[in-house]
Design a protein around this ligand. Sequence first.
Ligand code: DX5
Ligand code: ZN
Length: 223
Amino acid sequence: MVVRITPSILNANLANLASEVGRIPSADGLHIDVMDGHFVPNLVMGAPFVESLRPATNLMFDVHLMIENPDRWARQYVEAGAQSVTFHLEAATAPIKLARELRSMGARASVALRPATPVEQLADILTEFDQILLMTVEPGFGGQKFLDPVLAKIRKARKLIDATRKDIWLQIDGGVSADTIERAAEAGADTFVAGSAVYRSDNPDHVVASLRNRALAAQVCAH
Ligand code: DX5
Ligand code: ZN
């Protein structure tokens, strides 16, 4: 199996982002959190910001929209340079239509679920997406505690994805650290967002490598 580590820059030094992204050369992508102050009680980063950051790195941009009405706003993040755009199922009016639009623009389409949203809601539309993001904290802030009840949902999502025989990535986001990544990988996640664990460390790239190794070892044990 594969492990991807996509650090979140939410807890990086936002005044020096161009140099902060240079501190994680071995990451598989950069997770950029967008919040609108409505879908979540926090406000950060929009499309102009993504566009300005684009020349600073070659890393894939994995944009996570925690906003109302993604049907209206998501496409502009592809135009701003995102290779993958995640929107929340709870916020989208027409998720299939939106996923198809994102794909037609050449981006990966990804859908996110809050911790309490059942994964079964995706069962019939899974192949419309390139990635499923299961939140392992309530979205809105970095530095929260990993919610263990989501592990059962990761297992269910893994089964649903395997049954499609498609290469759909299973990403988790929230509270990912050396203490939690192994159980999430064992449950079937393959793509891991880590914010504070990476950027509150003196050596972010070392944390990326060690998270990757832990996840890989846990996957081997699980299979
Ligand atoms: C939270 C964001 C996360 C956040 C993760 O709503 O979606 O991407 O940055 O931060 P940690 O890893 O600190 O939980
Ligand atoms: Zn996120």
